[in-house]
Design a protein around this ligand. Structure first.
Ligand SMILES: [Zn+2]
Length: 395
């Protein structure tokens, strides 16, 4: 039976008769699920739009289905005849609960199809920022790195360009973002310098068994003596959703635990629980992970241009402008991303991890005039926060 007739029949009422004949031709092709079929079609569309028109999994063979992958992998490709791809159903459903679920799941399927249809191997090359240069990052990963890939906005376009045309290794513009003055067109709202005349009445200062908070020698010091991580809100504002803002601080971290997070977002009380939703910039020794808590895991990990665990204070900041968010270290813009979650920005602070000490010289917030500051000690009470160090993992 020729192909055209077969397609016609499978689409019509005579499908059951036609299948017995078609199966001979397409015995090596099955995509078990309409959702996976949709993702496959999207992949073929992206291929075609980049001049790769030769892919024909119906002819060359492919089995793709939801199953159970080992070792926490979101997807696995087996080089069998035909190529077999298993997408982990549990992880798929878990991703879907988060704001970036669609892009995470798309990355999983496209990464596996990169193996299965394009025969791409793992490629752990990086851009100058330290971010993955390809969407085929995978085992064995260089020590200290995480596989997470930001597969949204212009990054998605670039990663697909590179996947289908791997010889074009030009560094994309967004890998070296510029932003001369992050305070541009904003008004300074908070200017905490922690000098002797500083009004600290809104900050909970105490020397407790678990932690010490003090202001001395022109520094705000938070010493976490416990094995818990603490979220320490420093300022609260009333804000209009989506307003533009820049938060900046000069810090250094001491202690055995080389992790520190600067965050801004919102804080919601419900009964006993306080829920924080925030954008974050987390330093892991000499690396930085960026993201927001509405997403499953950090978008990516990049290199830190300055060491905040050294002797000097380092200026770090986050700027939101319209639909974009920019991250700064040492006065340098290190990352630009789209804002895909409308976190209102009413709460500003940091996370001090177990057994480490934060020293802060100043803390400043600029905004576009749509927000106002209020200070309330009750809302700057440090709280224990459980942080799951999540990674997204393909095989
Ligand atoms: Zn892989």
């Amino acid at each position: 039976m020729n192909k055209i007739k077969c397609l016609y029949l499978t689409a019509g009422i005579a499908a059951s008769i036609a299948l017995s004949s078609c199966e001979k031709e397409y015995t090596n092709y099955s995509v078990s699920n309409a959702t996976l079929q949709e993702y496959l079609e999207k992949f073929l569309y992206e291929a075609e739009s980049r001049g790769v028109k030769s892919l024909n999994p119906q002819k060359t063979g492919l089995k793709m289905y939801f199953g159970d992958c080992d070792e926490g992998a979101a997807g696995v490709t087996y080089y069998e005849n035909p190529i077999r791809i298993v997408i982990d159903k549990e992880i798929w459903d878990k991703y879907a609960d988060y704001a970036d679920g669609t892009s995470q799941n798309e990355h999983t399927v496209f990464h596996e199809l990169g193996h299965g249809l394009l025969y791409r191997k793992h490629d752990n090359s990086t851009l100058s920022s330290g971010e993955w240069a390809t969407m085929m990052a995978g085992d064995p990963l260089p020590s200290g790195s995480i596989p997470n890939t930001n597969f949204r906005g212009e990054r998605r376009t670039y990663y697909l360009d590179r996947l289908f045309n791997p010889n074009d290794k030009k560094e994309p513009n967004w890998a070296k973002p510029t932003f001369d003055d992050p305070t541009e067109s904003l008004t300074k709202m908070v200017d905490d310098d922690f000098s002797s005349t500083y009004d600290a009445s809104h900050i909970t200062l105490r020397d407790a068994r678990e932690y010490t908070t003090k202001i001395s020698g022109g520094e705000f010091v938070f010493q976490n003596k416990s094995t818990n991580n603490y979220i320490v809100p420093l300022q609260n504002v009333t804000a209009v959703n989506g307003s533009d803002v820049y938060v900046e601080t000069e810090v250094k971290i001491e202690g055995s635990n080389k992790i520190f997070t600067l965050e801004f977002g919102s804080r919601d009380e419900s009964g006993q629980d306080t829920k924080y939703t925030y954008h974050y910039m987390s330093f892991y020794d000499t690396r930085i992970r960026l993201g927001n808590t509405l997403c499953y895991a950090p978008y990516c990990q990049i290199k830190s241009p300055k060491n905040i665990y050294g002797d000097d204070f380092v200026k770090v900041g986050i700027r939101k402008q319209g639909d974009y968010i920019y991250y700064f270290v040492g006065g340098e813009c290190i990352y630009k991303d789209i804002v895909d979650t409308n976190i209102s920005g009413t709460n500003y602070g940091f996370i001090v991890y177990a057994n480490s000490t934060l020293r802060m010289k100043n803390f400043r917030i600029w905004n576009d005039g749509t927000v106002s500051l209020y200070k309330s000690s009750a809302e700057t009470e440090p709280q224990i926060i459980n942080i799951e160090e999540r990674e997204t993992h393909n095989k």
